[in-house]
Design a protein around this ligand. Sequence first.
Ligand code: C2E
Ligand code: CA
Ligand code: CA
Ligand code: CA
Length: 276
Amino acid sequence: AKSSGRNQFCFYQASAGQQNADELKLEQALREALKHQQLQLHYQPKFALASNHIVGFEALVRWQHPQLGQVSPGRFIPLAEKLGLISTLGEQVLQQVCQQQQQWQHLALPVSVNISALQLADADFVSRLQHIVQQAGIAPGLLELELTESCLIHEQAEQTLNQLTQLKALGFKLSIDDFGTGYSSLSYLRRLPIDTLKIDQSFVQDLPGNISACQIASAIIAMAKALGLDVIAEGIEHQQQLDFLLQAGCDKGQGYLVSAPRPAQDFTKALSAENY
Ligand code: C2E
Ligand code: CA
Ligand code: CA
Ligand code: CA
């Protein structure tokens, strides 16, 4: 029993060491990727539920590493946050989105960008964003910033509110991502200068079979309407989910049912054929 215990201990040590080595490798690879601007973007259409027409896009960052393969943002975004690299990463994303918007300018479709809480907390965020957009000559109204509730609910709530007010005054669109999974109080929500609530995909997934998911989705839609906000559902994979959302009064969605996130050029052709 003693020797097997020792073996287990050794095994544990080795695997923890391996884990650290992997983490370190990923860390170095991420620094390299940022230095050489190797991150790319995919775009997922947002569509009108009633007509299937594209009404905008969400930009989602992608990292294809020559040795490590495709690394998911669920893995490298938290790493970038931990390493203090999220503002650099976020600026590269914003720059690419602006370049894409220059190419898509005739479409006049908003593209949304995910903004990490730490990125928003950067005191320079607003002025840097403004600079990037001005350099590219993009109307701020063509950019939508997706913020999670955790971005908004913290000790510096007043400072955040201030920043959002500035962004709104500059013409940027603001939306709350993954809505329903955080703890925004109604009274706080009412004070935020936001345009859109995004119903989290965890609720959408369980439509229409799960009663509480149906009730939550319906309540978010009703609340958005009562507050005069737009509402969009994410993660729509099945027609029955779309049907439920449509009859509950939601008019926009995103999800594999219509399209997964894809490289921009995959849409450029389809959009020019669509008569925009
Ligand atoms: P998110 O903002 O909630 O993005 C939605 C995620 O759901 C994306 O995963 C998208 O590819 C995926 N998705 C879209 N449609 C469907 C569907 O029908 N079914 C299912 N099951 N999934 C769907 P992805 O691209 O892996 O991104 C994961 C998260 O990483 C994002 O969640 C966002 O929080 C973060 N992220 C992605 N790009 C960026 C970025 O440029 N900056 C920052 N700060 N975060 C980003
Ligand atoms: Ca998002
Ligand atoms: Ca989301
Ligand atoms: Ca999410």
